[in-house]
Design a protein. Structure first.
Length: 107
């Protein structure tokens, strides 16, 4: 049975941070897409924090890449499975990666 995806959103300083935990896959990707889309309506930049993911597959990666195509996105992949998948697929060269949450962003 799937552990699902937990999503937490924090806003401030002209941006939003979407923190996800659990599993990002075909069944949970739409929840990520909704969260990022809602953030984009009020924040010019979105940071996606993947450090608490236990599992991510290619469908989850597709959700991240689609979110990146829709507007500025910074990804915090950490050192776990998300980082491994980004490196194995070359997505780490396509996405804007950060090592820690950004305190603020210049407009």
């Amino acid at each position: 049975m799937s552990a699902g995806l937990r999503v937490a959103v924090a806003t401030g300083d002209g941006g939003a941070t979407v923190r996800v935990a659990g599993e990002l896959d075909l069944s949970t990707g739409p929840a990520l897409a909704r969260a990022v889309s809602q953030c984009r309506s009020s924040a010019p930049h979105v940071t996606l924090d993947l450090r608490q993911l236990d599992f991510i597959d290619c469908a989850g990666l597709r959700s991240i890449l689609e979110a990146d195509r829709q507007g500025p996105l910074t990804v915090i992949a950490g050192t776990g499975r998300a980082r491994q998948l980004l490196a194995l697929t070359g997505a780490d060269r396509r996405l804007a990666l950060a090592t820690a949450p950004l305190a603020s962003r210049a407009a």
